[in-house]
Design a protein around this ligand. Structure first.
Ligand SMILES: Nc1ncnc2c1ncn2[C@@H]1O[C@H](COP(=O)(O)OP(=O)(O)OP(=O)(O)O)[C@@H](O)[C@H]1O
Ligand SMILES: [Mg+2]
Length: 262
């Protein structure tokens, strides 16, 4: 019996009003403060007043069912422009990302690794990493990235798109680290990967954390994400329905059932 199956019979989950968190940013700016953000794809209102704080050096799991708005929230934080953030603020280490372009937000220390990993065709592993360092701020050296992901070092001359799914994920994380980042936004990094590869990536996420980098991890594999994460935020229909510790979610059957279907 798993830890979770054993832990039944707790109090039903009563959803508190997380919109009150909207006040956090104004009073005590967190390292990364997402403050009442609203975002649209055209006329479609998708991110509906999301607020949460992320502490420096922690791993935050951002969870929710399919279509809950996880990817849209990450894209809004990264100032991609689609969805368009029409209201709200995002502060990273006292810098107002909401006043920046995605390019400026990236220079301010935010890096989004999208679900499709975006490996550049026609370039080797090493060239993909070198390209990330074409302009400052430069982060980890390429040799240090190979120490973190020895498989990438072994395949440095191989074309990036010919790597396995797991290796491509490592390359896209490596590319983020090649720049001087404060926050890593990972959108479903474990998708389609074998459990042993997920183990490997998890280990590297812990090493990255020890280096002081803050991570927001979006994952369908909620149990794995929760076991790795310090805290969790759960979205439902573009709103925050839970903000608390990862252990609170692992031990609350009702909450997992209502919002994560696990
Ligand atoms: N480009 C787009 N144009 C219009 N609507 C979109 C677009 N992308 C996503 N949506 C809608 O926004 C909502 C949130 O989608 P989003 O991709 O953010 O969810 P998600 O939580 O990441 O889901 P998944 O777990 O499937 O990745 C969904 O209803 C989706 O249909
Ligand atoms: Mg998504």
């Amino acid at each position: 019996m798993s830890e979770i199956e054993r832990d039944t019979g707790r109090q039903p989950y009563v959803r508190p009003d997380f919109s009150k968190n909207a006040n956090h940013a104004a009073t005590a700016p967190a390292f990364l403060a997402v403050h009442d953000i609203h975002a649209y794809y055209g006329e479609s209102y998708i991110v509906q007043g999301v607020s949460f704080n992320v502490h420096e050096g922690e791993i935050l799991a951002l969870l929710g069912r399919n279509g809950a708005g996880k990817t849209s929230t990450l894209r809004a934080i990264a100032q991609i422009g689609s969805p368009l953030m029409t209201h709200g603020e995002v502060w990273l280490d006292h810098q107002p990302l909401h006043r920046m372009s995605s390019h400026e937000a990236s220079r301010a220390g935010l890096s989004l690794v999208p679900e499709d990993r975006r490996i550049i065709a026609g370039l080797t592993v090493e060239e993909n990493l070198q390209l990330a360092q074409i302009a400052p701020p430069i982060g980890w050296s390429i040799e240090r990235i190979y120490e973190l992901f020895p498989r990438l070092g072994e395949r440095r001359k191989q074309e990036g798109v010919t790597l396995s799914g797991g290796e491509q994920q490592m390359l896209s994380i490596g590319r983020a680290l090649a720049r001087d980042i404060k926050v890593l936004l990972l959108d479903e990094p474990y998708e389609g990967l074998a459990p042993v590869i997920v183990d490997e990536i998890e280990k590297t996420l812990n090493i990255i954390k020890q280096q002081g980098i803050t991570t927001i991890l979006v994952e369908q594999n909620a149990v794995r994400a929760l076991k790795l994460a310090d805290r969790a935020v759960i979205l439902e229909s573009g709103e925050v329905v839970f903000d608390g510790t990862a252990d609170d979610v692992l031990h609350n059957e009702q909450l997992r059932h209502d919002y994560l279907a696990i």
